[in-house]
Design a protein around this ligand. Structure first.
Ligand SMILES: Cc1cc2nc3c(=O)[nH]c(=O)nc-3n(C[C@H](O)[C@H](O)[C@H](O)COP(=O)(O)OP(=O)(O)OC[C@H]3O[C@@H](n4cnc5c(N)ncnc54)[C@H](O)[C@@H]3O)c2cc1C
Length: 268
């Protein structure tokens, strides 16, 4: 299992079972078709269904097959890029318009989890960005100052405070981001699917979208065994798209990434 890069690893062992879903068979109608069963697609499906919109969600594999079911589980309030750099790059007012919802992101996630009682090992204890050496410390000092100017709940810890927080280590300091937290990612995405179903969304798994044609007033979305007609589509395929929306793929870069765990490991 560990040698399979598409395995959900440890997350699979501790996540609740997925909701009972299956492939789309035959023709269906919806107001909106959502393509992709990760956080983006399911969050869209929940909010639309709660607003009374008829939603059909098509997932090529299983719920959480993509990044949503295999990430680290950090609920971060921002990007790695510094807030000032983001603001300068996008210009006014677009930079701050992006930074503000990013900052509120964890709160939104926590509210959704608590409102619907999603079992996903939520921890709201914040996250630590630990600094290595003098340059690392300067970087988190800058980051702290830029966030604090925007009123964010971030606290700079010195080396001793950092050691006490994590029980050792040689870090020169840390940025405690009190807005952030952690979740069990696969459990969360499976929980979102249950919430979407309860709100009235129709979810079809093992239903890869193979064709999409715009007939002028409606979209016709085809899978191997069926199709959905809808006025709107939301493409939430992340980097897993199969070439139907090449413009989405062009915006992405391929970055190999591994999650390493320190200390004794259980064989899974
Ligand atoms: C190793 C790793 C660690 C990460 N750690 C973190 C972290 O700690 N914190 C954080 O905030 N973010 C993290 N991320 C990023 C985060 O996981 C993603 O940003 C997020 O999951 C994207 O969600 P999504 O719904 O947009 O896409 P995905 O979850 O990738 O879902 C896209 C879905 O679309 C489906 N699909 C694709 N093509 C089709 C088609 N033609 N028809 C039907 N379905 C289709 C796929 O099967 C897939 O299930 C990490 C990512 C990785 C890879």
């Amino acid at each position: 299992m560990r040698a399979d890069p598409k395995s959900h690893g440890l997350w699979e062992l501790t996540a609740p079972a997925p909701a009972d879903t299956g492939p789309l068979v035959g023709d269906a109608e919806a107001d909106v078709v959502v393509i992709g069963g990760g956080y983006t697609g399911l969050s869209s499906a929940i909010h639309l269904a709660e607003a009374g919109v008829r939603v059909g969600l098509l997932e090529a594999s299983e719920i959480g097959f993509g990044g949503s079911g295999r990430n680290v589980g950090l609920v971060n309030a921002g990007m790695w890029i510094m807030p000032d750099t983001l603001a300068a790059t996008l210009g006014s007012p677009f930079g701050e318009r992006l930074i503000e919802p990013l900052s509120r992101g964890p709160q939104k996630v926590f509210e959704l989890i608590e409102k619907h009682g999603i079992e996903c090992e939520l921890e709201r204890a914040g996250t630590l960005h630990c600094a290595v050496g003098r340059r690392g410390l300067q970087e988190i000092e800058m980051r702290a100052e830029q966030w604090q100017q925007r009123g964010a709940r971030v606290v700079l810890l010195n080396a001793e405070e950092t050691r006490r927080k994590i029980g050792g280590g040689i870090y020169t300091g840390a940025l405690l981001d009190e807005r952030a937290g952690t979740i069990q990612p696969l459990a969360y995405v499976r929980g979102l699917a249950r919430v979407a179903l309860a709100a009235g969304a129709k979810i079809f798994t093992r239903s890869q979208v193979l064709a999409a044609s715009d007939t002028g007033s409606r979209w016709r979305i085809g899978t191997a065994k069926g199709s959905v007609n809808a006025k709107w589509i939301i493409v939430a395929t992340d980097a897993y798209g199969n070439g139907l929306w090449s413009q989405v793929r062009r915006e992405q870069i391929h970055l190999p990434y591994s999650i390493l765990r320190r200390g004794p490991c259980r064989t899974i």
